[in-house]
Write a protein that binds this ligand. Structure first.
Ligand SMILES: C[S@@+](CC[C@H](N)C(=O)[O-])C[C@H]1O[C@@H](n2cnc3c(N)ncnc32)[C@H](O)[C@@H]1O
Length: 240
């Protein structure tokens, strides 16, 4: 039968489903519900509660089910931009279950920071991080080191999570000249005023070499067209 199904946010031609397709559809529907829940969060308390439940199923029922390619893209951009042996150690902002670090193995020591103890618990089991820090990045940096040569992030600058106000905190963790590869959901980038925030940082000479590129967040972008803007820049050497 021909028709149209509104699935994963876009209209796709539909010919009816085999039982294999149905199973796949159920998985995608569940993953989509998890994603919608994450986008609806409003503050850090919501995030803490949501990711407590999400942590044990995040990799399989969200990342694998939706073909979440964003962590690998961020890792690939970092690897292609970094100066070997210099832009380390690396800090993964909102590291969650550790998907970015899995693609950075061999690029030097990597630490992670996240609000959710449960997400960090999953990351710890993968043994890909040197140190993990549990803190709310909207509140400050606590006892975190301030000497990172590289700072990366996937999936954390998005609706209901982190906004441009946290960029100053990010700069504080990097040493002079540190390389930043920060993924920002494209809609969030425009709605929350990231362009203006980066312009201010450039004008104040707090960052240099600022560039942007666009990437799909999910493999097979016709099914889920969400995109990220990846901001690539360095912390200015003179910044204090
Ligand atoms: C969509 S997950 C991304 C995780 C991982 N980077 C990835 O790509 O799979 C967003 C992460 O941001 C974290 N997060 C949300 N708000 C935060 C905050 N205020 N401070 C630190 N981490 C936060 C959540 O706990 C969650 O692990």
């Amino acid at each position: 039968m021909w028709g149209y199904v509104v699935s994963l946010g876009s209209m796709q031609p539909y010919r009816g489903r085999s039982s294999g397709d149905k199973q796949m559809g159920n998985k995608e529907d569940q993953a989509q519900r998890l994603l919608n829940g994450a986008y609806a969060l409003k503050n850090s308390n919501d995030n803490t509660r949501y990711y407590r439940e999400f942590a044990p199923i995040y990799d399989e029922q969200f990342a694998d089910a939706l073909g979440y390619s964003y962590p690998q893209t961020i890792a690939d951009v970092f690897v292609s931009e970094h100066a070997a042996g210099e832009d380390v150690p690396v800090l993964d902002i909102g590291c969650g279950t550790g998907l970015v670090a899995q693609y950075l193995v061999g690029s030097g020591e990597i630490d992670g920071v996240d609000l959710s103890a449960e997400m960090l618990g999953v990351a710890r089991h993968k043994c890909v991080y040197r140190d993990l820090y549990c803190l709310d990045l909207t509140e400050g940096l606590g006892e975190m080191p301030r000497n990172y040569g590289g700072v990366v992030s996937a999936g954390t600058f998005t609706h209901g999570h982190l906004g441009p106000g946290v960029l100053e905190n990010l700069l504080a963790v990097g040493r002079d000249g540190a390389l930043y590869v920060i993924g920002i959901n494209a809609e969030h980038f425009h709605n929350a005023g990231f362009e203006g925030a980066f312009s201010l940082l450039l004008r104040a000479e707090k960052i240099t070499e600022y560039r942007k590129c666009t990437a799909d967040i999910y493999r097979g972008s016709t099914a889920r067209p969400d995109q990220a803007i990846i901001a690539i820049f360095r912390k200015s050497v003179a910044l204090r």
